[in-house]
Design a protein. Structure first.
Ligand code: ZN
Length: 161
């Protein structure tokens, strides 16, 4: 679903059951690849569930499912880094987003087993972006002041649709 669907602005609260994950995760992985994305969160497909999928070329090139993830940001290391991000739900918007470089994440996988991962590069950024979707947070919430007018122009076009 695309902006301005209100589902993108709500905190996802439902932790999907194993059955729900088995039903929905494979289709989310398909949709992610069809859209040439590297991540997709359940609220983006209209489900207020705490789940997202990723497949990040080079860094983690497998279809990975994160159910009920918990993210821990490394806030004491390097200062937040800017990096250009897009979002499948926000067509034609690309913004430099400041994020902490490092993060670790724990979640339950598609097979029901818990796992934990750490990264200080693109993966950590993707996790933060997708996790934000579960909190109803979008990249323009994290835009830098220099991009305020760009965001304003984009929203003028897209808020009404
Ligand atoms: Zn997104």
């Amino acid at each position: 679903m695309s902006w301005p669907d209100p589902g993108l602005r709500s905190r996802a609260t439902h932790v999907p059951s194993a059955e729900e994950v088995a039903l929905v995760a494979p289709r989310m992985v398909e949709l992610m690849h069809e859209a040439s994305g590297i991540g997709l969160a359940a609220p983006q497909v209209g489900l207020p569930w705490r789940m997202f999928v990723t497949c990040v070329p080079d860094a983690d090139p497998v279809d990975r499912v994160f159910v009920n993830p918990e993210i821990h940001l490394d806030l004491c290391g390097a200062p937040p880094q800017p990096y250009e991000e897009g979002c499948l739900s926000l067509p034609d918007l690309r913004l430099d987003v400041l994020r902490p470089k490092g993060a670790s994440i724990s979640a339950t996988g598609a097979d029901g087993s818990p796992f934990e991962l750490s990264d200080a590069g693109l993966l950590a950024r993707v996790w933060q972006h997708e996790y934000d979707h579960l909190e109803g947070r979008l990249i323009f919430d994290l835009a830098q002041p220099v991009d305020a007018s760009l965001v304003k122009r984009w929203r003028k076009v897209h808020d009404a649709q």
